[in-house]
Design a protein around this ligand. Structure first.
Ligand SMILES: Cc1ncc(COP(=O)(O)O)c(C=O)c1O
Length: 358
């Protein structure tokens, strides 16, 4: 049994739900493990962490987060190794990003060692919920939100930090399906000076309407352009975007309105190690059409915790289309996918220190 260095109150469930779960038919984020973690912030300090049975919260209808969305979340995964050990992938990087998001939202976050040790303790207690099969995983969702009972439009004094976990299946049900993207120049996701690089609810809810419109038009997701000039490619719904141009890996430079993806970072680190040229730079949408026409654009793929890499088959913009003709992943996306999923499951050596094994 893993001994935590942090003092945690643990109340174990008396009604374990594990036997009711069909691991063959897991969807995304609809099944929840037996326990959850919470830490309350009051009077400028964090209280003792508590792990308790997963269940409903009791909240005042005036809870500030419900009205003004002052809160921050993260999304990371734990994977099972062949030897039954469990790997929480890039736990420290997810802390750093959450901290950065919290600063933007004036939201407190427990110290890094508390964050890491309590997540390890929660995952360890529910380690039988980490699926056994390759490509399945335990999704971990930390969330911190404002709990003042007040409708005053100012930052809260009290907060709750929560972590819940959810076993999730293979992202692709029937093999790899290239996604179809469309720009939507009449809508923007995030503007310079806004909070696009923070992982906060307010960046997601406004994208539902354009996302639904794109879906009705036959596209999988929206390809967001910069909000000011509507000229530069930023990212996709829940992933960053990469292009392979003449053997170089190209991805939009982080500019404050793009979420700094941890998978994006891992891909860049791998490409650097392989000696593959990488350019993080502004990418004009028109440039992509020129590159596609000249045959230099050989692969387009999204990157994110959910699917690692997802090939893009179509980009639509103002009536024009780039068709990548990808029924399967291109060679660069495939090599990245195989390497990262191999590291997830301990089949490929982790030379980078990405794995937190418990
Ligand atoms: C808006 C957005 N961009 C990019 C990503 C990819 O980030 P990561 O690789 O850390 O999952 C996500 C997913 O978290 C996202 O929600």
């Amino acid at each position: 049994m893993l001994k935590s260095a942090v003092d945690i109150e643990i109340q174990k469930t008396t009604s374990r739900k594990l036997s009711e779960v069909n691991f063959e038919k897991l969807t995304f984020g609809e099944t929840f493990s037996d326990h959850m973690l919470s830490i309350k912030y009051q009077e400028k300090g964090w209280k003792k962490p508590v792990i308790e049975p997963y269940g409903p919260l009791s909240l005042s209808p005036a809870t500030k987060f419900l009205h003004y969305g002052q809160g921050v979340f993260e999304g990371l995964k734990a994977f099972r190794y062949q030897n039954d050990k469990v790997n929480i992938f890039r736990l420290d990087e997810h802390y750093k990003r959450m901290k950065h998001s919290c600063e933007r939202m004036i939201v407190p976050l427990p110290e890094q060692d508390i964050f890491m040790e309590t997540i390890k303790a929660l995952v360890n207690l529910d380690r039988n919920w980490v699926p056994n099969e390759k490509f399945k995983s335990l999704y971990i969702r930390p969330l911190v939100f404002a709990t003042d009972e007040s409708l005053g439009m100012r930052e809260s004094e009290a907060y709750t930090y929560l972590v819940i976990t959810s076993p999730v299946g293979n992202y692709y049900k029937e093999g790899i399906k290239p996604v179809k993207l469309t720009t939507m120049p009449q809508y923007v996701r995030a503007v310079r000076g806004g909070a696009g690089e923070a992982k906060i609810p307010g960046n997601y809810a406004p994208t539902l309407y354009p996302g639904a419109t794109a879906f009705n038009d036959g596209y999988t997701q929206v390809l967001w352009l910069d909000a000011i000039e509507q000229n530069y490619v930023e990212e996709v719904g829940t992933s960053n975007i990469f292009f392979v141009v003449d053997g170089t890996l190209v991805t939009p430079k982080l500019n404050g309105s793009i979420l700094s993806g941890i998978t994006r970072k891992s891909i860049i680190e791998l490409a650097n190690k392989w000696g593959m040229p990488v350019e993080e730079r502004p990418v004009r949408i028109d440039e992509l059409f020129d590159l596609a026409e000249s045959g230099k654009l050989t692969e387009v793929f999204g990157s994110g915790t959910a699917a690692v890499v997802s090939p893009v088959g179509v980009i639509h913009h103002n009536g024009r289309k780039i068709e990548m003709d990808q029924d399967k992943m291109g060679p660069v996306a495939q090599k990245l996918y195989d390497t990262i999923t191999g590291i997830h499951h301990g089949e490929i050596e982790d030379e980078f220190g990405w794995c937190h094994v418990i």
